[in-house]
Design a protein around this ligand. Sequence first.
Ligand code: M7G
Length: 267
Amino acid sequence: QVTGPSGEVMNAVVLLEKTPFQEEKISELLKKHMKLELQMRNDIYSTYHLYPPPELSELKATVVYPATEKHLQKYLRQEVHLVRETWEDYRNITLPFIQSQSFSIQWVYNILEKKAEADRIIHENPDPCNGFVLVPDFKWNQNQLDDLYLIALVHRRDIKSLRDLTAEHLPLLRNVLQEGKEAVVKRFGVPGSQLRIYLHYQPSYYHLHVHFTALSYDAPGSSVERAHLLADVIDNLAMDAAYYQKRALTFPLRADEPLLKRFQEAG
Ligand code: M7G
């Protein structure tokens, strides 16, 4: 909790993460004269506490301020449960819930309108219907490719999530897949065969976006209960235009998310 400008108490979320090692800095780390405390020694084995100088001990800090109740929920560690949502459940439970919520997607519009992160854009297809913007996700500090994480935000504003997709969106989705891969290999040298390109269901932000992560990186949210590979989504829609308005979808919800309560109440 933080005291705001006029004395009111506001919530903030501060996320601290240790970033992966940068390979080229390891030798520096070992060469520099550094505080080293022996922890234990046994035969040929020994362990130490090593205290690197500030320039080699960076932490990544993400701040959300002021944070809403939903932000606090999102980042608090909690028990999770799987929900299996039929199309009828989506229409009767999930959709009205999403519409009653106001989780702002202003940050997405800021990127699309070049009001924020404009200098970070990796690729843009400016077509209002079939175009998108590719930017580094704020989970990635871009210092090393090990945890490469980019996000493609589509220009059109009428697609909330996977559930809204139909065959009408195939040209858009194919652009994201094709141009996204080309842009990543061109800028970062990572080929499409080493990228995990997927959508989340449920997403946190209801404006269609696609995640691009390094295949070797065990990215948060890349597990089977949440991630849908874009290539599979495209194939499903090509086979059946209304695929995502028919099938049931499974997703995890944290124990005290109001949506879980609605599913439980509906039995
Ligand atoms: P999601 O699937 O809706 O939610 O993905 P998740 O956060 O539960 O995965 C939204 C993605 O957008 C996440 O990967 C976030 O890290 C990323 N993201 C969120 N915000 C607020 C920003 C932002 O301001 N800038 C950028 N570049 N990425 C963001």
